[in-house]
Design a protein around this ligand. Structure first.
Ligand code: NAG
Length: 141
């Protein structure tokens, strides 16, 4: 009997955790779609932006995300509404579960500053942000 309860609990847990991940993956897929849509409307006219590399150190994922988020408003587009939507969705909430660091661990970690990343043109920037989103999907825990 005890064993059965244990099994049921384990299964329930497993199913719930997966449902969580399905939801997160869907959210990330949505942001990815919005980003591609936004990209189509961007005038890639040589605007240069600090572009984080993706060899992200332990517990620095959100810091890297913050840097991308800070740069998106500089993309030249007439689709302001879509731009705002993308910015809003690049929130830590969208990326829950991408790393397993605690708040404390994050606070104690010194991550690379946004200004120290190389300047890339807007086309490369969007490309890199797309890669970040794809990476986030594979790293869901
Ligand atoms: C963004 O759009 C440009 C053309 O405007 C295209 O060359 C590039 O591949 C697009 N990038 C992504 C990530 O979709």
């Amino acid at each position: 009997m005890k064993l059965l309860v244990c099994c049921l609990l384990a299964i329930t847990c497993c199913v719930l955790a997966n449902a969580d991940n399905v939801e997160r993956t869907m959210k990330l897929t949505e942001v990815l779609k919005e980003l591609r849509q936004l990209n189509k409307s961007v005038e890639h006219n040589g605007v240069m932006l600090n572009t984080p590399t993706l060899d992200i150190e332990e517990c620095c994922f959100l810091s890297t995300l913050e840097c991308f988020k800070k740069m998106v408003p500089h993309l030249k587009t007439k689709q302001k509404k879509l731009q705002r939507k993308v910015i809003r969705n690049l929130s830590p909430l969208t990326f829950t579960g991408v790393d397993s660091c605690s708040r404390e661990e994050r606070e104690n970690k010194v991550c690379q500053g946004c200004d120290s990343y190389p300047m890339k043109d807007s086309r490369e920037f969007v490309q890199q942000l797309e890669s970040l989103l794809q990476k986030a999907m594979t790293r869901l825990v």
